[in-house]
Design a protein around this ligand. Structure first.
Ligand code: S3P
Length: 433
């Protein structure tokens, strides 16, 4: 069993490259596999989660060849897959299971989607319900995996999402590609829009509504539509960069540059929140290819102040909240995270996990139903921590260890391979410098 052993370190002065964006990698593989023709994807994140999507697409008949590091040549099926010979194994990946559900609901065969112990506990009703309304036929273990899908003809719907979830939005839009007529999804607050940007890149026509004063927005497409193959470059993952952004922002004397990271405005909340906490961050946009903006991000370390993170900002920072809670513990004053109940149904209950680990390191934290209240400025000390099989908990607490007195051990960190397989080696280089 692997552990991270982390000790207090000095200022971080590095240029850091982060691997490809997880959300975009999943979609690039799915959309190329759905398209007519051959697409080359570069910068693909070769993590366990994204490889689950590659394997799933292969199992459904897409021809996929790896031609280099992070480079995949994908010959799509033109919208019609073949029945998988085996269960579709989504591993730890909620994105794989929820997005593929939208596609498989419309295919002319039966499929069964399975996942690991963590994914098997996660709620799937949020995609099963709207897809059932469209005519999809699902059976599940009380709304949890395994999912059995009897694919068939779908009809279009207009669906108002009860939670702002990019996975749910994407599943419905993907199903809508196969349904006759206009399918629309209303999101209660802006959540990551990679599906919209990338479907357009693959030749799909979407109607994107304007957000109203509360941030509600309608996204619609008229089916049936097919995708056209195209080459796609995946930018670096800002959710992986987040760990180093927090480490550098909170450590006096640090000066780091993260290169070629995705800067889609539905994902850059981490930068906004850190700036609000007093971090010095400079963004240099680079010429993006295709639909996803990217650039370099420079962070200079200094003292941070507490902040309130809540409301419509939450979907933009949902995956960064564990490491932002660590930033809160390192800041002066109080940090409040609220409206983030979704954290309870991630790879683990991230509110409970973060609160427990921060307390074990000496931080003052009160857990609330939908977030936490952190009294910053109490020095962190060594601890032996569990990461509860959750990659982002493992990495967030490796960052906390860089600020703690003594040696912090995070156990069973194999799970970081789901999103950031090279995190350990970057951590090593930070510790050695
Ligand atoms: C993702 C959407 C988010 C996020 C997840 C990836 C995506 O989940 O937390 O890591 O790629 O669409 P929700 O849709 O459940 O908010």
């Amino acid at each position: 069993m692997k552990s991270f052993i982390v000790r207090h370190c000095g200022p971080i002065r590095h240029s850091i490259n982060v691997p490809g964006d997880k959300s975009i990698s999943h979609r690039s593989a799915m959309f190329a596999a759905l398209a007519n023709g051959k697409s080359t994807i570069t910068g693909f994140l070769e993590s366990e989660d994204c490889l689950s999507t590659i394997n799933a697409m292969r199992g459904l008949g897409a021809r996929i060849e790896q031609t280099g590091a992070g480079t995949f040549l994908i010959e799509g099926c033109g919208g019609t897959f073949t029945a998988p010979a085996q269960d579709v194994d989504c591993g730890n990946s909620g994105t794989t299971m929820r997005l593929i559900s939208g596609i498989l609901a419309a295919q002319p065969f039966r499929s069964r989607l399975i996942g690991d112990a963590s994914l098997s506990k996660r709620p799937m009703g949020r995609v099963i319900n709207p897809l059932t309304e469209m005519g999809g036929r699902f059976s599940s273990e009380g709304g949890r995996p395994p999912l059995v899908i009897e694919g068939g003809e779908l009809s279009s719907i207009s669906y108002e999402m009860p939670v702002a979830s990019a996975q749910v939005k994407s599943a419905i839009l993907l199903a809508g590609l196969f349904a006759k007529g206009a399918t629309s999804v209303i999101e209660p607050a802006a959540c990551r829009d990679h599906t919209e940007r990338m479907l357009q890149e693959f030749g799909v026509h979407l109607d994107l509504g304007e957000a109203d004063a509360d941030g509600r927005r309608r996204i619609a497409l008229t089916g049936p539509q097919t995708l056209t193959a195209r080459d796609f470059a995946v930018p670096g993952d800002i959710s992986s960069a987040a760990f180093w952004l927090v480490a550098a922002a909170a450590k006096e004397g640090s000066d780091i540059v993260i290169e070629s990271v995705g800067l889609n405005p539905t994902r850059t909340g981490i930068i906004t929140v850190l700036q609000r906490m007093g971090a010095k961050i400079v963004i240099s946009p680079r010429d993006g290819q295709h639909a996803e903006p990217l650039g370099n991000v420079r962070v200079v370390g200094g003292p941070l102040q507490g902040t309130v993170i809540g409301g419509s900002e939450i979907p933009n920072v949902i995956d960064e909240l564990p490491v932002l809670a660590v930033a809160g513990a390192l800041a002066q004053g109080t940090t409040i995270i609220r409206d983030a109940k979704e954290l309870r149904v991630k790879e683990t209950d991230r509110i409970a996990a973060v609160a427990e680990n921060l307390r074990l390191m000496g931080a003052h934290v009160a857990e609330t139903e939908d977030g936490m209240i952190i009294e910053g400025g109490h020095p962190l000390h060594r601890a032996r921590l569990e990461c509860f099989g959750d990659h982002r908990i493992a990495m967030a607490f490796a960052i906390a260890g860089l600020f703690a007195k003594g040696e912090t051990i995070i156990e069973n960190v194999e799970c970081v391979a789901t999103s950031y397989p090279t995190f350990g080696s970057t951590l090593e280089s930070v510790l050695l410098s």
